[in-house]
Design a protein around this ligand. Structure first.
Ligand SMILES: Nc1ncnc2c1ncn2[C@@H]1O[C@H](COP(=O)(O)OP(=O)(O)OP(=O)(O)O)[C@@H](O)[C@H]1O
Length: 327
C-alpha cells in the first residue's frame, strides 16, 4: 500500500515573494489526490517541496517518519526513492531511446542485472501501452507517448508515492481521457499514493479521491472530491466551471474595480455547484478493484458529521457501491 504524506504548516518564498503559506494537508495512503490552481500559484513548487528538491522556510513534510524539509540529506535521499515523478514534458533524455530512458533509474539506483532490468522495463512499458516502441527516440514520438514513457520511468523503482505534474499538458481531450484512465488503472494495480497537479477539469471531475486548490498564496481547500466538486467557495466554483466571473483574473487576481463592476452587473458569481457529480472512473475491465476505495469509504464516513450537506448528498451515491446508504 502507498505511504501517507503529511504536510504541516508549509511556507515557501523566493526572496520577497511568498509562493504559498501555512499549507497543511494529508495525502491518504493509496488514494489519488489532485491539486488545482490557476497558473503561477505554486503547484509545481509544491510538488518539488514534497520530495525535498526545494526547501520551504517553515513547516514539515513527513514521509515514512522522515521530514523532507528539515531531515538529514541522507534520510531525504533515501526517502526520495519511495517517490516516482512524472514531469510535464516527460523529462526524457533526447539522445536515449525509450528503453534506455525508462531503464535509467534502475541502472542509476540499483544493482540489478541487465536481464532483470529488461524484465522490469518491459513490464512497465506494457502497463502504459508502449510495448513495441522501445527503440524509438523521444523526438520521434507524440506528446502523449512521451508522457506515458515518463510515467513508465516513474514506475520502475516501484514507487509508493507518485507525483504527476500536469499529465494532460499538450494533449488533446481524447489523449487526456486515456491518461486519466491510465492513472486510475495504475492506482488499481500498484495501490500507490498519487498526487496529480493539473488545470484540467475533466481530470479533476473523474480521477481523484481528494482535491485541493491553491490560490492567493493559500491552500483554499483540501478534502474528499465531493466536498470540492460541490463547494460554494467562489474561487473553487469559478475554477471548476471555467468561467471569467469570480475572483480569478488574467493576472491570477482581479483588481478591486473589476470585481466591483462585476458585482454591479450581477455577474460576479459562478453558477451554483452541481447536485449530481460525474462518476469517478473505475479501473479497466480485468484489473483488480482499487484497494483505496474501501479505505476511503471508511475515512469519509468517519468525517461524515463535518461534511457540508451538499457534499454528503453527493457522497451518498458514490460511497455506496455495495448496498445501503451511509447514515
Ligand atoms: N526556482 C525558482 N526561483 C524563483 N522563483 C521561482 C522558482 N520556481 C518557481 N518560482 C516562482 O514561483 C511561482 C509558482 O511557480 P509554479 O511553477 O510552481 O506555478 P504553477 O502553479 O505550477 O504554474 P503553472 O500552472 O503555470 O505550471 C511563480 O511565480 C514562479 O515564477
Amino acid at each position: 500500500m502507498g505511504i501517507e504524506v503529511t504536510v504541516e504548516g508549509l511556507t515557501k518564498s523566493f526572496g520577497k515573494q511568498t509562493v504559498w503559506q501555512d499549507v497543511t494537508l494529508t495525502l491518504p495512503p493509496g488514494e489519488v489526490s489532485v491539486m488545482l490552481g490557476p497558473s503561477g500559484t505554486g503547484k509545481t513548487v509544491f510538488l518539488k517541496s514534497l520530495i525535498g528538491l526545494l526547501k520551504p522556510e517553515r513547516g514539515r513534510v513527513l514521509v515514512d517518519g522522515v521530514d523532507m524539509v528539515g531531515g538529514s540529506e541522507r534520510d531525504i535521499y533515501r526517502t526520495r526513492k519511495l517517490f516516482g515523478l512524472m514531469f510535464q514534458d516527460g523529462a526524457l533524455f533526447g539522445s536515449m531511446n525509450l528503453f534506455d530512458n525508462i531503464a535509467f533509474p534502475l541502472r542509476e539506483h540499483t544493482r540489478k542485472k541487465e536481464s532483470e532490468i529488461r524484465r522490469v522495463v518491459m513490464e512497465r512499458m506494457d502497463m502504459v501501452g508502449l510495448l513495441g516502441s522501445e527503440a524509438k527516440l523521444p523526438g520521434e514520438i507524440s506528446g502523449g507517448m512521451r508522457k506515458r514513457a515518463g510515467l513508465a520511468r516513474a514506475l520502475v523503482l516501484d514507487p509508493q508515492i507518485i507525483l504527476c505534474d500536469e499529465p494532460d499538458s499538450g494533449l488533446d481531450p481524447v489523449r487526456t481521457s486515456y491518461i486519466s484512465q491510465l492513472l486510475i488503472d495504475l492506482n488499481a494495480q500498484i495501490d500507490a499514493t498519487m498526487l496529480i497537479v493539473t488545470h484540467n477539469l475533466d481530470i479533476a471531475a473523474t480521477v481523484p479521491d481528494n482535491m485541493g486548490m491553491l490560490f492567493r498564496r493559500e491552500l483554499v481547500a483540501f478534502g474528499p472530491r465531493e466536498v470540492l466538486l460541490t463547494s460554494d467557495i467562489p474561487v473553487v466554483r469559478q475554477f471548476l466551471s471555467g468561467r471569467r466571473e469570480g475572483p480569478i483574473g488574467m493576472a491570477e487576481e482581479k483588481d478591486e474595480a473589476t470585481l466591483a463592476a462585476e458585482q454591479l452587473a450581477g455577474t460576479a458569481t459562478a453558477p451554483p455547484p452541481p447536485t449530481r457529480l460525474v462518476p469517478q472512473l473505475e479501473p479497466s475491465p480485468g484489473l483488480p478493484p482499487r484497494q483505496a476505495v474501501q479505505r476511503r469509504r471508511a475515512r469519509v464516513l468517519g468525517m461524515w458529521d463535518q461534511l457540508p450537506a451538499a457534499a454528503r448528498t453527493a457522497a451518498q451515491t458514490g460511497l455506496s457501491p455495495v448496498q445501503g446508504e451511509p447514515a
